[in-house]
Design a protein around this ligand. Structure first.
Ligand code: HEM
Length: 821
């Protein structure tokens, strides 16, 4: 072994001096550079590296590490003055790529490894194209890529002999199948997703530096998942329930998840009560009933002991809880969040999604029937609309206000059971979201997507809402179980489009393959990289929080204004139209009639007496009980509310544009149908963007009176009336006679009528209307705007009236409680 020359390895020696190293010195350096468990006392001479990769790596690593003689930021980690001026981390550029490499062999590429990692890039993120699989034209293989010659038979010892353990193809297939299921979400298990984009209308830089709002026209990709809360993964879509409205913005500064609901308030004020709430609403644990329903003892027992839920109960008993379509419901961020601009100024904000199609709902009996005939009603509706190119669209509205304004409100903006009425802070429309692509694969995208209330980007921050605090913790925690380990952020649907670089390593199912040996910070061996972004580029928490100033003591208590449990419940009820109020009453009656313990029912009515006495009185009567005394209030004299009515809280406040695009219309047909008027009606509906379907007794061809041939799309049996938004009854005596002979027709017609939908009866089909005993006028004696009986000769005019009436969505004037016989 060559002897070391202490002089030539002296730290003081210049590169020039080192390049003059003797061959012996160079050999020594090379030997040292290949040693993986101890190093030389002094750096190898520069000349030793030439043409020799291990030595060059050792030399470059030494230079890199020496470039950071100390951690210059250490002193700045202390003291309040430095808290708002976090510096960027120290970093040194390496002389070559060698110090960052795990291996000197990284240049040896193959079809599997690809080439060397692109400099400074995390290739696990980006569009989904790199993980999309298209098997067209491909042979079937095992998971190891081996072609499978026979996918029909297991390997046997003789045609009638036993299956052999050797059959690795069978075992691989069955084993994978055995593990196909993952745990469903604890709440919001049932959902449907879609891809799309958010487009900003105007720069909001005055209020926030958040990436999606930086300039007009800026487009940010999104993935959205709509869901119910209580039901299991396979439960019905049309349950009475809150709907989740979760949006993942893949911004160029990281993922921002706005994980909201279709109602702007919540049942509880503190995350401490979330497990109790969910245990109460889920099927009861002894017999696992009822599925996807709040109409049972434990839910009403819990909420009646939690009067802060009264406001949310009003929303949940309203028609908002049975939307006609995900495309026709609002979304809300619920909590008050913060916007933060480049100057560090903070504003309070509430987020609103407003559907372009307006807000529309089902009626209860219809929702119940749909859940039997098509439990996928909302999923199908979303999928079909997007695949038809009828992309659902929402506008994003912000209520932006200051802490000073908030301090004067009669309610606390940290209380998730309260809204900020639009009369106090108007909603400012700032952009639109369009959903224009269905997922390729439900499991890979909609099921594996992991939203989290804690995912914010620079420019968005939290408030001290105690419910939000629990959410910040809960989502990732539960997803570690649901998605099997801590690396689910690497699943393609969850990976941001922004670069991800940190020192988190390992864990189950790791996808990223990190170069190099450095997985800590500070470091000098990777040139300090990845280095902390500092306040200029990174996320910083807003320091000034007036909402925290009252007390620095550690306490388990709520602020005073949280004790006002009824003022906004009243505001909501008072802001509804009479039809909506009636529906709220009916929903409470239905749910409470399913409660088996009278004392629970009594407590709910006692609580409602504090919010809406007339509603409570009606309920007591309908439930056959004495009117109880009002529930004692937590706060006898709450602050006077700013408004008593807020019209924006009514579903009717957002009718949409009155059009009928994507609405499904049943056109009943049978042999002998009068073809000319039928053709006109179908063409007019298609021209208006609606989806007419010819519904007959059986699939096949229907022959018109003049010999025309019509293909039947659906049957009276497989597509009952309540699945359609409107109904056309055809002209033609023979057809009417045939339809009349089928009891399905009359049921179809009655459902359409009782669910307040628009009906067009052409020519001879008025006989069907009479046969079904459909009233010709409304209960108040007025004409029914949704029932159009027309001579087929005047078809054009009648069709126009039909389309206009459909644009009204429903004709609630028909309603009677109970429905007239
Ligand atoms: C304002 C109140 C809340 C809203 C608006 C809300 C909204 C949502 C939404 C939309 C989802 C479904 C996400 C998806 O589609 O994958 C969800 C899931 C979930 N939420 Fe909440 N939530 C609220 C309160 C809470 C609270 C207080 C907690 C716990 C402290 C919580 C825990 C969960 C959990 C564990 C999941 C399942 C997540 C998963 O497995 O992916 N939520 N929530």
């Amino acid at each position: 072994m060559a002897k070391k020359n202490p002089t030539s390895f002296s730290p003081a020696s210049s590169p020039a001096a080192r390049s003059a190293a003797s061959p012996a010195e160079i050999d020594a350096a090379r030997a040292a550079a290949r040693n993986t468990d101890s190093g030389p006392a002094s750096p190898p001479p520069e000349a030793a590296g030439r043409g020799d990769a291990p030595t060059q790596k050792a030399i470059d690593t030494q230079a890199l590490a020496a470039g950071m003689p100390s951690n210059p930021n250490k002193p700045l980690e202390h003291g309040e003055a430095n808290a708002q001026a976090t510096p960027a981390g120290a970093t040194v550029t390496p002389p070559s790529r060698l110090p960052g490499a795990s291996t000197l062999s990284e240049h040896n590429d193959s079809d599997k490894t690809g080439t060397v990692a692109p400099e400074g890039v995390n290739a696990t993120i980006g569009t989904l194209d790199r993980v999309r699989v298209d098997s067209s034209g491909q042979v079937l293989t095992t998971n190891q890529g081996v072609g499978i010659a026979d996918n029909q038979n297991s390997l046997k010892a003789g045609a009638r002999g036993p299956v052999l353990l050797e059959d690795f193809i069978l075992r691989e297939k069955i084993t994978h199948f055995d593990h196909e299921r993952i745990p469903e979400r604890i709440v919001h298990a049932r959902g449907s997703g879609a891809h799309g984009f958010f487009e900003c209308y105007e720069p909001l830089t005055e209020f926030t530096k958040a990436a999606p709002f930086k300039e007009a026209g800026k487009v940010t990709p999104v993935f959205v998942r709509f869901s119910t809360v209580a039901g299991e993964r396979g439960s019905k879509d049309t349950a009475r329930d809150v709907r989740g409205f979760a949006v993942k913005f893949y911004t160029d500064e990281g993922n921002w998840d706005l994980v909201g609901n279709n109602m702007p308030v919540f049942f509880i004020q503190d995350a401490m009560k979330f497990p109790d709430l969910v245990h109460a609403v889920k099927p009861e644990p002894h017999h696992q009933m009822p599925q996807a329903a709040s109409a049972h003892d434990t839910f009403w027992d819990f909420v009646s002991l939690m009067p802060e839920s009264t406001h949310m109960l009003m929303w949940q008993m309203s028609d908002r809880a049975i939307p006609r379509s995900y495309r026709m419901m609002q979304g809300f961020g619920v909590h008050t969040f913060r916007l933060v601009n480049e100057e560090g100024e903070a504003f309070l904000v509430k987020f609103h999604w407003q559907p372009k199609l307006g807000t529309h709902s089902l009626v209860w009996e219809e929702a119940v029937k749909i859940s039997g005939a098509d439990p996928d009603f909302h999923r199908r509706d979303l999928w079909e609309a997007i695949d038809a190119g009828e992309y659902p669209e929402w506008e994003l509205g912000l209520q932006i206000f200051t802490e000073e304004q908030a301090e004067k409100f009669s309610f606390d903006i940290l209380d998730a059971t309260k809204i900020v009425p639009e009369e106090l802070v108007p909603v400012r429309i700032v952009g639109r979201m369009v959903l224009n692509r269905n997922p390729d694969n439900f499991f890979a995208e909609t099921e594996q997507v992991a939203f989290c209330a804690a995912h914010v980007v620079p420019g968005i921050d939290f408030t001290n809402d105690p419910l939000l605090a629990g959410r910040i913790h809960s989502y990732v925690d539960t997803q570690i179980s649901r998605l099997g380990g801590p690396n689910f952020h690497e699943l393609p649907i969850n990976a941001p489009i922004a670069q991800v670089h940190n020192n988190q390593r390992d864990g189950m199912h790791r996808q990223a393959i990190h170069r190099g040996r450095v997985a800590y910070e500070p470091n000098s061996l990777a040139g300090g990289c990845p280095f902390q972004a500092g306040a200029a580029q990174g996320f910083t928490s807003i320091a000034r929080r007036l909402d925290a100033k009252e007390s620095a003591d550690k306490v388990r208590i709520k602020p005073e204004k949280f004790a006002d449990h009824y003022t906004q419940a009243r505001l909501f009820f008072e802001s509804q139209t009479p039809v909506e109020q009636a529906h709220i009453g009916n929903a409470f009656r239905f749910e409470l009639s399913k409660v088996t313990v009278p004392a629970v029912r009594e407590r709910v009515v006692a609580s409602l007496l504090n919010a809406a006495p007339e509603l409570a009185q009606r309920l007591a009567q309908d439930l056959g009980m004495e009117l109880p005394a009002p529930l004692p209030k937590a706060l006898e004299t709450p602050a006077t509310p700013e408004v008593d009515q807020s019209p924006a809280l009514s579903l009717m406040a957002r009718p949409g544009d009155g059009g009928i695009r994507t609405r499904k219309v049943a056109v009943l047909v049978a042999n002998g149908v009068e073809g000319a008027s039928l053709g006109k009606v179908v063409s007019a509906l298609v021209a208006a963007g609606a989806v007419p379907r010819l519904v007959g007794a059986r699939l096949g061809t229907c022959i018109g009176a003049a010999g025309e041939r019509f293909a039947v799309d659906a049957t009276l049996e497989n597509s009952p009336g309540f699945l359609f938004d409107a109904l056309v009854l055809p002209d033609g005596a023979a057809a009417v006679e045939a339809l009349d002979a089928d009891a399905h027709t009359l049921e179809f017609l009655r459902d359409q009528y009782w669910h307040c939908k628009t009906i067009l009866a052409l020519g001879a089909s008025d006989a069907l209307v009479a046969q079904a005993q459909i009233p010709m006028t409304l209960p108040d004696g007025a004409g029914d705007p949704g029932l159009i009986l027309a001579d087929a000769v005047d078809a054009e005019e009648a069709i126009d009236a039909f389309i206009a009436a459909m644009g009204q969505h429903r004709h609630f004037g028909r309603e009677n409680d109970p429905p007239a016989a």
